[in-house]
Ligand binder design. Structure first.
Ligand SMILES: NC(=O)c1ccc[n+]([C@@H]2O[C@H](COP(=O)([O-])OP(=O)(O)OC[C@H]3O[C@@H](n4cnc5c(N)ncnc54)[C@H](OP(=O)(O)O)[C@@H]3O)[C@@H](O)[C@H]2O)c1
Length: 265
């Protein structure tokens, strides 16, 4: 993997899961990081891990913030620029997940998921694009296999991810003349606490779920945070210099599975 030395990278949702794995991975590649999340205690733990990975405390900035609040996003961007003076990469990763089809998704829940998963990425991108144009930087959106494939039991989440995929494609077109690339990664199931944190499963239920999920991913396992982080780093780096507007599946073959034909007797 090419070095990300001195590249300045802003990662949302870095206090846990995929975002934390991205932060640690980028730190190990020499990047300067602005990491953010609402839970300050967990965010600071990830900050310590990043400092260990890069061996330079001055490379890591942690700012508490809620991505659904405009003032928080503005503060995160201001602090990032004050500390590092530039921005090379934005990773829009923060998201929330609730289950429900059409009838059991209240409009309040729908709004909350769209605001966290999609609106925040749109708003933060608006704030940082002027700086990414200066560095000919990149945006990597963390979407899901639920973007391109229908998942009716997590309807609002899937709709937010499909919106994110199209946002990725549209913004890639808009920013290509400025040399700014925009791509997404679309993971299958990842071994994070997302289902437990969002109250969808107990830790025991999640352990069983993970076992079952291994069977629906043709590679025979679910993703680690690092599997996703490595794909994010590729799309953030010059190694993907001619890639823009892509929704890159990181799903162990999950989305490619053709359901068996069901024949009725
Ligand atoms: N896990 C999977 O199976 C899976 C599969 C496909 C795609 N993904 C995608 O991967 C990304 C990361 O998911 P994950 O599995 O790492 O989930 P996670 O473990 O639940 O972490 C979610 C992160 O988002 C942050 N976050 C949530 N709401 C926020 C808000 N309003 N403001 C600021 N930060 C907020 C959380 O931080 P705080 O709680 O500290 O705010 C946390 O750092 C998401 O985009 C998700 O859709 C995950």
């Amino acid at each position: 993997m090419t070095s990300m030395k001195d590249k300045v990278i802003l990662i949302t949702g870095a206090s846990a899961g995929v975002g934390a794995a991205c932060a640690e991975h980028f730190a190990s590649l020499g990047a300067k990081l602005s990491i953010t999340g609402r839970n300050e205690e967990r965010l600071n733990k990830i900050k310590v891990l990043c400092i260990e990975a890069c061996n330079d405390e001055s490379n890591i900035l942690a700012t508490k913030g809620d991505v659904t609040i405009t003032e928080d996003l503005e503060r995160i961007v201001t602090y990032t620029l004050q500390k590092f003076g530039r921005l090379d990469v934005l990773v829009n990763n923060a998201a929330t997940l609730k289950t429900g089809g059409l009838q059991d998704t209240t409009m309040e829940l729908y709004d909350s998921m769209m605001n966290t998963n999609m609106r925040s990425a749109f708003e933060l991108s608006r704030l940082v694009v002027p700086y990414l144009k200066k560095t000919k930087g990149a945006i990597v959106n963390v979407s899901s296999v639920a973007g391109p494939r229908p998942f009716p039991k997590i309807m609002a989440y899937a709709v937010s991810k499909a919106a994110m995929d199209h946002f990725t494609r549209c913004l890639a077109q808009e920013l290509a003349p400025d040399g700014v690339r925009v791509n997404s990664v679309n993971p299958g199931t990842v071994d994070t606490e997302m289902y437990v944190t969002n109250g969808i499963m107990t830790p025991e239920q999640f352990a069983e779920y993970k076992e079952r999920q291994c069977g629906v991913h043709p590679l025979g396992r679910i993703a680690s945070g690092k599997d996703v982080a490595q794909a994010v780093a590729f799309l953030a780096s010059s190694e993907s210099s001619f890639v823009t507007g892509t929704n890159m599946l990181v799903d162990g073959g999950r989305a490619g599975v053709t359901p068996h034909l069901v024949t009725k007797e």
